[in-house]
Design a binder for this molecule. Structure first.
Ligand code: 2YC
Ligand code: MG
Length: 259
């Protein structure tokens, strides 16, 4: 489980602005538009309780304040509970939160207390980054590459199969790859295949997982992965559009999916 650091969350609003512009350019809709069409929902005036959790590695410096920024950016009414953990949960529910946001080191969840909907960040992030990759307007076919089949990549691959894309995927963990082939019917891909893609979902916690033999001249790489899987020299050599942002896009997907 790759944990965010305080540094990852610096200048979140600038990262959001830059990525919203790229998403709009390559798909024709902004992040809000992607979420609305993905879930068929519109955010209202839901009250969101954010609860710091001290379990495991403990509280991440500006994680709760980053969540508050995101909640307010999308027009919802948010607050951070005064205390962490169970006390904070009790406070948030007592103060009328409709949606609870909280994360330990394994699961980051959004839970809507009114309609019982609940989602993990892994699934919501995999789905939205897959959706963004799949909407690349300059795509040359329905072939799409998914690198990494952990919690995020598997959810993304499942979403793409459901949408009718030809999903090719790889993961160094043979068990993860076999599970995805058996359960999703994806095509196993290895980098010595000569196949190139114009749409890539990169969902690994490693750098430089994308080599130039994998991508076409025009290509969209969509990745929540930290560090970035696209080597900068490859990004420069090819006309690659990159959608990569540490938290906002994933949280937007969580919120829209539980409304
Ligand atoms: O500040 C807090 O409440 C901490 N308990 C938050 C820990 C988040 C750990 N998870 C992660 O860093 C990543 C995030 C991108 C979301 C999922 N995993
Ligand atoms: Mg994100």
């Amino acid at each position: 489980m790759a944990l965010l650091t305080q540094e990852d969350l610096e200048n979140l609003s600038m990262q959001l602005e830059e990525n919203d512009a790229v998403v709009s350019k390559v798909t024709g809709v902004d992040i809000k538009g992607i979420c609305e069409s993905l879930y068929g929902t519109k955010l209202g005036s839901e009250k969101v309780g954010i609860i710091p959790i001290t379990a495991g590695n403990g509280v991440i410096g500006n994680f709760a304040s980053s969540l508050l920024f995101i909640v307010e950016y999308f027009g919802l009414d948010g607050f951070i509970s005064e205390h962490p953990d169970v006390t904070g949960y009790y406070e948030a529910v007592s103060q009328g939160a409709d949606i609870i946001l909280m994360a330990d080191d394994h699961i980051f969840t959004a839970h809507n207390l009114r309609n019982e909907k609940i989602v993990s960040n892994h699934v919501a992030t995999g789905v939205i980054y897959a959706e963004i990759a799949s909407r690349f307007e300059d795509a040359t076919s329905k072939d799409i590459l998914v690198i990494g089949l952990g919690g995020v990549g598997y959810a993304g691959a499942k979403h793409l199969v459901k949408k009718g894309f030809n999903v090719f995927a790889c993961d160094p963990n043979k068990a993860f790859l076999e599970k995805a082939v058996d359960e999703l019917g994806i095509n196993p891909y290895c980098s010595d295949d000569r196949k190139r893609f114009s749409m890539v979902l990169e969902a690994t916690p490693n750098a430089d997982t994308i080599s130039e033999g994998m991508i076409e001249e025009r290509c969209l790489v969509s990745t929540p992965g930290i560090p970035c899987g696209l080597p900068s020299e490859v990004g420069k050599k090819y006309r690659v559009d990159l959608v990569m942002e540490p938290l906002v896009i994933g949280v937007a997907s969580m919120l829209y999916s539980v409304i």
